[in-house]
Design a protein around this ligand. Structure first.
Ligand code: PEP
Ligand code: MG
Length: 580
């Protein structure tokens, strides 16, 4: 049994066989083979070893004389290990005796070699485990060839263990078969994390070396509460987890009783809870969980799911259906927030040195005017049939607001000239996720109908901490005094201007921050629909007056650590139970 620690990003626990998606493009199948096929499988293994050895020899030939002797020496060592008779025999024995496929047997044997080496105290020897991983990758690549095991063909539920998954890869997974996610890379607000939460799938990211510690088919526990990946758990651990899963199930069922009750503090302050959705079908979950509407529809996921730009018609029907399902409740449609980590294969070649600071989001839409206009046409057409609000992401200057408003006005005119009905005033809002807007929001409040604060990006930009980077994940915190001040500033300015403001970053779904947000003065929060009942329970357990005092105290503190301690010390019993 091995316990790896990472960042808990989507709550829940699952106990399943691992499905390993290696660091490279190949996938390690978990399948078994019939023992009658063992000879064929062993012949495949032999061929793959020979081919991998040829590759190394070829590489060695190319490098000899151009690199230091040491590097060539490493290749020689790889070759020696790979062609060592014992290695072949050990893998062949597993194929014959256990009925493992060649890939699975090879990944087990080499994985075990690497594990043993990495636990040796001598740093030189322990470094050599990386060489074994290299050999393993080389061999598996030969074995897998083009025959990746597509996730859609899986028969039972698995926990996906991967180095990292892009949002579009996450979307391409068969949700019915995926019981959990564990990745080496990623941070708490990466879009894979957001999507896992939306899908209600337990997930842990930033594990560092999950893909090296797990062989495909190993039993793993993904603990999305504590941020643990337990590899090959012993019976007592499995038993302990099984019984706590049963308790959590009972607690979750009781959350359903809150569905029709208001999110109201004990002294009568009402907070509206809206849902954040990535795909139109999530509207149903939002309504089911008692959302007052949709506060954020991340439409770029329509794009990522299709792998290309969705047509105006496809978008129109997606927006229309979502709006119809919501009845009179608002549907806040955010225009494509593409770029950064949210790119399709088509755009991946236009890699930028600093994608978070590059041509993403509204900048990307300006660069692609045809795409932007067709999205606006679809939104404005659907607005005639529902309570639709338009939200623009990543605004950093007032000129951008003027520019979008001109394009929206032109698009409405164009539609009307075609005889299409467009409502006079579709509520128009912007995301506050760039510090330039959070520091000086006044001019924006005069131009828009509402603001929505995106703390995921606001924290990234204000603290200079990349939101998807596990190496700086501990620095990414909503409790930083600068973030508290930015939130307070936007709230104060909006209150004076009479402009509604909500918060839709992941912070709104974290029970640790609920009192703080209520105390600062937020009356609207938008969050992952699966988290709505939990946050409602916390709101119903606190007094607005206490929350206000807590927020004032927090605003006086000089460090994130002190703010976090204050919030943790003052958690209500209900909030404490949810984060335990
Ligand atoms: C945010 O940045 O907080 C936000 C809600 O937008 P996204 O997570 O989609 O970037
Ligand atoms: Mg954002």
């Amino acid at each position: 049994m091995e316990i790896l620690r990472g960042i808990a990003v989507s709550p829940g626990v699952t106990i399943n066989p691992a499905f390993l998606i290696g660091r490279q493009e190949f996938v390690i199948p978990t399948s078994m083979v019939d023992t009658s096929q063992a000879d064929k499988e062993i012949a495949r293994l032999k061929e793959a070893i020979d081919a991998a050895a040829d590759n190394i020899r070829e590489l060695r030939g190319r490098l000899a004389g151009t690199l230091t002797e040491r590097y060539v020496g490493i290749l020689d060592a790889h070759l020696a290990i790979l062609t060592e008779e014992n290695l072949f025999n050990e893998i062949a024995e597993l194929i014959r005796k256990q009925g493992f496929s060649a890939e699975h047997a090879a990944s087990r044997v080499l994985g075990e070699y690497a594990r043993q080496l990495s636990s040796v105290e001598d740093p030189y020897l322990s470094q050599r485990s990386q060489d074994i991983f290299d050999i393993q990758r080389r061999l598996l690549k030969e074995l897998a060839g083009e025959k990746d095991e597509p996730l859609k063909d899986l028969t039972g539920p698995v926990a996906v263990v991967a180095h990292d998954l892009t949002p579009s890869e996450t979307l391409s997974l068969d949700r019915e078969k995926i019981a959990g996610f564990a990745t080496d890379a990623g941070g708490s607000t990466s879009h894979t994390a957001i999507l896992a939460k939306a899908l209600g799938i337990p997930a842990v990211v930033g594990l560092g070396r999950a893909t090296s510690s797990v062989a495909g088919g190993d039993l793993v526990i993904v603990d999305g509460y504590k941020g643990l990946l337990i590899v090959d758990p012993d019976d007592a651990t499995v038993e302990r987890y099984r019984s706590s899963m049963a308790e959590i199930d009972i607690a979750d069922r009781s959350l359903g009783e809150l569905r029709d009750l208001p999110a109201e503090t004990t002294d009568g302050r009402r907070i509206e809870l809206y849902g954040n959705i990535e795909l139109p079908e999530e509207v149903r979950t939002a309504v089911h969980n008692g959302a007052a509407g949709v506060g954020l529809f991340r439409t770029e996921f329509l794009f990522l799911q299709a792998g290309r730009e969705p047509s105006e018609e496809d978008q129109f029907f997606a927006y229309l259906h979502a709006a119809e399902e919501l009845g009179n409740m608002p549907l806040t449609i955010r225009t494509f927030d593409l770029g950064g980590e949210k790119v399709t294969a088509e755009h991946r070649h236009q890699a930028e040195r600093n994608p978070a600071l590059g041509c993403r989001s509204i900048r990307f839409s300006f660069e692609n005017p045809g795409m932007f206009r067709s999205q606006l046409r679809a939104i404005l057409r659907a607005a005639a049939h529902g309570n639709i609000r338009l939200l623009i992401p990543m605004i950093s200057s007032i000129e951008e607001v003027y520019r979008v408003k001109t394009i929206v006005a032109d698009t409405s005119k164009e539609l009307r000239s075609e005889g299409v009905k467009v409502p006079e005033n579709v509520p128009f809002g912007i995301m506050v996720e760039v510090p330039s807007v959070a520091v000086a929001p006044e001019p924006f409040t005069r131009e828009v109908d509402f603001l929505s604060i995106g703390t995921n990006d606001l924290i990234q930009y204000a603290l200079a901490v990349e939101r998807v980077n596990e190496h700086v994940a501990t620095l990414f915190t909503p409790a930083h005094p600068a973030i508290l001040r930015l939130l307070k500033n936007v709230l104060d300015v909006c209150e004076r201007a009479g402009t509604p403001v909500s918060l839709c970053g992941e912070m709104s779904a974290d029970p640790v921050y609920t009192s703080l947000l209520v105390g600062l003065g937020f009356a609207d929060l938008s969050l992952n629909p699966n988290a709505i009942p939990r946050i409602k329970r916390v709101i119903r357990s606190i007094a607005h007056e206490d929350a206000r005092r807590l927020a004032s105290q927090a605003l006086e503190l000089p460090s994130a650590r002190q703010v976090s301690s204050l919030l943790l010390e003052n958690l209500s019993q209900e909030a404490r139970a949810l984060i335990a």
